[in-house]
Write a protein that binds this ligand. Structure first.
Ligand SMILES: [Zn+2]
Length: 280
């Protein structure tokens, strides 16, 4: 096609003004450093499979069409099956939110417990889970407050693990937060929705977040009076402030140091809990 000569100046002007799409990496000087390693998870998300057998769950979790997976699956008899390496991103949390993080799959290790959602978790299964959590804590230094359930990070969409799940027993071993009754009253003006957001729950779905909070910390008691809910949230926030960041992880030996900001800061043993609950 011939272009009239009088149009050339206009075309040249247009192309001169059009922004050029930068090529990936263009304009960035690369200076490789040897000082790095694989990214590590900073949360553990616990699930129940809603299945009746490990084989049923494995069929789902390995089906390319279903596009769901998990790092670990624990059977009712305590058998542990690993499906995805810990430093890879398993697809277990889906659309989720916790503490401002909207990509929980990238931040977490997923553990599925074979359970249909309407039955107690056998002792052998919880025993295996506690051992696995202790191993994961050694490897990743995950803070105790960052061991939560799928329902916590996907309120209104998920309810696993169910009200049968022994959160209190986990907390006794340093995984997750827990406060036993009686809870001291929260201070005047203590705001429950704000407190739930501070604990990590999504502020975008306040009612569902409140139900997830009760499912986890009040064994599913949705009739708990609001003042008691405020007291419970206040106690949990206090506990997290005192020992929620304790990891039980030994000092890293891979060159991490306080100077580079990557060492784990243990909670001060000099601070005593001001509210009832578990000792660290
Ligand atoms: Zn789940």
């Amino acid at each position: 096609m011939r272009i009239a000569a009088f149009l050339w100046p206009a075309l040249i002007a247009v192309s001169a003004c059009a922004p050029l799409a930068p090529l990936p990496g263009e304009g960035i000087r690369k200076v490789p450093s040897p000082n790095f390693d694989a990214r590590r998870a900073n949360m553990v998300i616990l699930h129940h499979t809603s299945d009746s057998t490990v084989d049923e769950a494995l069929a789902t979790l390995t089906d390319p069409e279903r596009k769901v997976s998990t790092h670990y699956l624990i059977g009712r008899d305590g058998e542990i099956v690993q499906l995805v390496e810990e430093n890879d991103r398993a697809w277990h949390a889906g659309k989720s939110w916790w503490g401002g993080n909207a990509d929980i799959n990238s931040a977490s290790i997923g553990i599925e417990l074979d359970n249909d959602g309407d039955e107690p978790f056998p002792d052998a299964q919880i025993h295996a889970l506690l051992g696995l959590l202790a191993d994961i804590r050694q490897r990743h230094g995950i803070p105790r407050a960052n061991v939560v359930g799928h329902a916590d990070v996907a309120p209104g969409r998920k309810v696993d693990p169910s009200a049968w799940f022994p959160w209190r027993r986990l907390a006794e071993h340093g995984f997750g937060l827990w406060c036993d009754e009686p809870w001291p009253p929260a201070p005047e003006g203590f705001d429950l929705p704000l407190a739930l957001t501070a604990l990590g729950y999504s502020p975008l779905t306040p009612e569902a977040s409140q139900r997830a909070f009760l499912l986890h910390y009040a064994v599913g008691n949705e009739m708990l009076p609001v003042d008691a809910q405020r007291a419970l949230a206040f106690c949990l926030l206090n506990q997290r402030a005192v020992n929620g960041s304790t990891t039980g992880m030994p000092a890293p030996a891979n060159g991490d140091s306080p100077e580079n900001g990557s060492a784990i800061s243990p909670a001060s043993p000099a601070i005593a809990p001001s509210t009832p609950g578990f000792a660290p």
